[in-house]
Structure formats: structure tokens, C-alpha cells
Design a protein around this ligand. Structure first.
Ligand SMILES: *[C@@H]1O[C@H](CO)[C@@H](O)[C@H](O)[C@H]1NC(C)=O
Ligand SMILES: *[C@@H]1O[C@H](CO)[C@@H](O)[C@H](O)[C@H]1NC(C)=O
Ligand SMILES: *[C@@H]1O[C@H](CO)[C@@H](O)[C@H](O)[C@H]1NC(C)=O
Length: 388
């Protein structure tokens, strides 16, 4: 019965033994074990293996970004929160009372205010912004480049539309800067270069110590009453971030209250540098509106998707298909098919899926409502865009 020492270890092998009835040396045994495992699997398992594995690999390729975003709370902590300053406003409350409610005194005369922006292609939103702020701005300082941050040539849209902006002409300091067109460079380098040029333009515009300087993108619009408050009150923080309401595509899609990059500075010669990142810990709540990707034409969406600093998000060329873009806008879905960028699972899950439609057009920039027909696409119920 027992022909070799192998018999003693038979117990562990006998399942395979029964199936395949193999015996032999150790190497041969391993091989035969493998063979018998494979033989033991039926056709269904093979199909499952050769279909499922490629499908999984392809799935990870398509959605890898989603997986990493979803797991972000595991590897990244939220930045330190802001110390929010409650914001008090009503049109019938005197400026003195408003300042006092914020713990500030009132000045004899208001500060001068400079509104400085890097202009890209947001002609409509800029019109709404400059009309909202016009009464309180000393100088509009506008810089534009013939290069996007990603190094693509771009038309000088402010210069080409200057007749539309006649109303700011008496208070305008405009500058144009030639792009560097460095291929394959990090877009944040060109952006920083343009912001340094904006610092120089501000000095040309005559900014001085303790003047207010608004640092924000064109689509981050502080409300007029916020700027009026800050120019009249004494003792406001030297650098104050503005908490803006985030919207996407139009004021129909309210995302959250968490836009914070815009800031207001009491200018200090030699110290204040134009920037668009976090520069202090204080934030004034409910200070305006931030409307991202709020364009009239589908072509502006494709331009912006290619031009902006996160252009690596255009992972597939069909993302730029006009028909798809229109559908995404009307649904309130994500142009780049990404998950919400949040730091906790609760926030990510709370924001999954499209943004709900909002039916409120209360407390929006006055110029927008006074020209509702012209800017219809920014208001609730009008998600269809013009082609071209
Ligand atoms: C604001 O004050 C004016 C004049 O005192 C008054 O007529 C008006 O009703 C007030 N508005 C609100 C919203 O309270
Ligand atoms: C950009 O502007 C600069 C300065 O005016 C000019 O020299 C350059 O040719 C322009 N480039 C393009 C691509 O328009
Ligand atoms: C945002 O702030 C408004 C008041 O300005 C409030 O009514 C709303 O509930 C807030 N929404 C979120 C999502 O925090």
C-alpha cells in the first residue's frame, strides 16, 4: 500500500488526489496540483475571470479619480477652519449701527477702494460685478494677458469689448501683459507671474496705505453693501476673507456657503501682495456670490475647461462635447465627472449627485435683476445655453 514517504502527508492532499488521482515527485506534484485546481474550475469561472478582471481594471481607469476623492478623508485633514465674523445688514439700519454691530467704529469719511482682477473671458459676469460695485470703487484695476494660465493663446476679450465697459472708463486702470507661452509648465507659475504684474499695475493706479484692496477672481462678486460697510468702518481686520455663496453654471444651482478665497486688504505699501490663497484666519460671512462656470455660450465652457489651472481634469475628449456639456448644465451635474471635493465622508455623501435646482432669485446682484431678460441664462429655470 504505502510505496513512499509521500503517503504520510496524503491527508492534506487527498481532495486533489481524489479529483485528479495524481502522484509523483515534489515538483511534479506542485505542477499537477495547479493543473488540477485549474481543471477543477469550470468554464463559467474562466469567463468570470477573463471578463471581470479587465472590467475592473477599466473601471478603475475610468473612475480611479472618484475612488481617490472618495477616500480623501482618510489621507487628508481639512485645513484649519476660519474664525467667522457674523455679518449684519439691513438697508434701513444706519451705517453707524452696522459698524457698531460688528464691533467697529465709524470713520469721518470712507476709505478709497481698489477692485483689482485678472480678466480672462467672463464678459457678462464682469459687467454684473462692476455694476454692483461701481458706486464704491475708486479705481477698477484690470489686467489681461494674451495667454491663459495653461499657456494657450487667448484673445484680449476686455480690449475687444471695451465699448461694453464704457461705464467704468472714468475709473479704469487697464494693463495688458504678454504671455510667456512655456510649454508643459505648471499653470500656477503663469498665474503667479500675472499676479505680480497686477501688483505693479496697482501702484500705477495710485493705491496708498490703508486704501481697501479687493483681491478676487472676476466671478467672486462681493455685495455692494459689504464693500460699503468695510470702507466706512474703522478697525476692520487688516486682511479679511469674504465668505461667498457658491453657485455653479448660474444662480439656479446653489452649492454651499463655503467660498472663501476672495479677500479685502487694508493696503500696506511694500507688504501687500496680490494673492488668491488663504492669507488670514478671519472671514466675514455672507458677503456676496461666487458663480463658477457661469457662461452664456457653450464654447466658453470648453475654453474654460481647457484654459484653467486644473486642465488635467479633462481626462477624456468627450468631456468637451457640446451636447454633453449642455446636458450636464441642465442636470446640475459635474463637468469633469468628479466627486465633491470635501474632507469628511458626511460632506462627500451629502453632496453626491447633481445639485438641486433653486427657485430663489432673492438677494442677487441688482444689475442682474434689472437686466433679467439679457442675463436670463443666469436665473432659475433657464439652463439652455447659446451655441457658438
Ligand atoms: C425703511 O425705512 C423707510 C423709511 O423710514 C420705510 O418707509 C420702509 O418701509 C423701511 N423698509 C423696510 C424694509 O423696513
Ligand atoms: C502676446 O503679446 C505679446 C506682447 O504684446 C506679443 O509680443 C506676442 O506676440 C503676443 N502673442 C500672441 C500669441 O498673441
Ligand atoms: C447658507 O446661508 C444661508 C443664509 O445666508 C442659509 O439660509 C442656508 O441655509 C445656508 N446653506 C448652507 C448649505 O449652509
Amino acid at each position: 500500500m504505502t510505496t513512499d514517504g509521500y503517503y504520510s502527508s496524503k491527508k492534506t492532499d487527498d481532495i486533489c488526489e481524489k479529483v485528479c488521482g495524481q502522484q509523483g515527485s515534489r515538483a511534479a506534484l506542485t505542477l499537477s496540483r495547479l493543473r488540477c485546481i485549474l481543471r477543477g474550475l469550470d468554464l463559467k469561472t474562466y469567463i468570470l475571470f477573463f471578463v471581470l478582471v479587465p472590467v475592473c481594471v477599466f473601471g478603475v481607469y475610468l473612475h480611479g479619480q472618484k475612488i481617490t476623492y472618495f477616500l480623501r478623508p482618510l489621507w487628508e485633514k481639512a485645513p484649519k477652519g476660519f474664525q467667522a465674523i457674523p455679518h449684519y445688514y439691513h438697508e434701513n439700519v444706519s451705517m453707524e449701527s452696522q459698524c457698531r454691530l460688528h464691533g467697529w467704529g465709524i470713520r469721518e469719511s470712507p476709505r478709497r477702494v481698489y477692485d483689482a482682477v485678472l480678466f480672462s473671458n467672463e464678459v457678462d459676469i464682469a459687467t454684473i460685478r462692476w455694476n454692483e460695485l461701481y458706486p464704491y470703487i475708486t479705481q477698477f484695476v484690470i489686467l489681461e494677458s494674451n495667454s491663459t494660465f495653461t499657456g494657450l493663446p487667448k484673445p484680449l476679450l476686455f480690449a475687444n469689448n471695451r465699448d461694453k465697459f464704457k461705464f467704468i472708463e472714468p475709473r479704469l486702470t487697464y494693463g495688458m501683459i504678454g504671455g510667456r507661452f512655456k510649454k508643459g509648465e505648471n499653470p500656477f507659475v503663469e498665474e503667479a507671474y500675472q499676479r505680480v504684474a497686477l501688483d505693479q499695475l496697482l501702484r500705477i493706479a495710485g493705491i496708498d496705505d490703508d486704501d481697501l484692496l479687493i483681491m478676487s477672481d472676476v466671478d467672486e462678486i462681493p455685495s455692494a453693501h459689504t464693500i460699503n460697510l468695510l470702507r466706512w468702518c474703522d478697525d476692520i481686520p487688516p486682511i479679511l476673507h469674504l465668505g461667498l455663496k457658491n453657485y455653479l453654471y448660474s444662480y439656479e444651482f446653489f452649492v454651499d456657503n463655503k467660498s472663501w478665497r476672495a479677500s479685502v486688504h487694508r493696503y500696506q505699501t511694500g507688504k501687500t501682495r496680490y494673492a488668491h490663497y488663504r492669507q488670514s484666519d478671519v472671514l466675514l460671512a455672507d458677503a456676496g456670490w461666487h458663480c463658477s462656470f457661469c457662461f452664456r455660450h457653450i464654447s466658453e465652457f470648453t475654453f474654460k475647461m481647457k484654459a484653467y489651472s486644473h486642465n488635467d481634469r479633462v481626462r477624456f475628449s468627450h468631456y468637451l462635447n457640446p451636447k454633453r456639456i449642455q446636458e450636464v448644465i441642465c442636470k446640475g451635474a459635474d463637468l469633469f465627472d468628479m466627486l465633491p471635493e470635501e474632507y469628511t465622508f458626511k460632506d462627500i455623501i451629502g453632496k453626491l449627485g447633481p445639485i438641486p435646482h433653486s427657485y430663489s432669485a432673492v438677494h442677487l446682484p441688482a444689475y442682474l435683476l434689472n437686466n433679467a431678460e439679457k442675463y436670463k441664462y443666469l436665473l432659475p429655470g433657464n439652463c439652455r445655453r447659446e451655441s457658438g
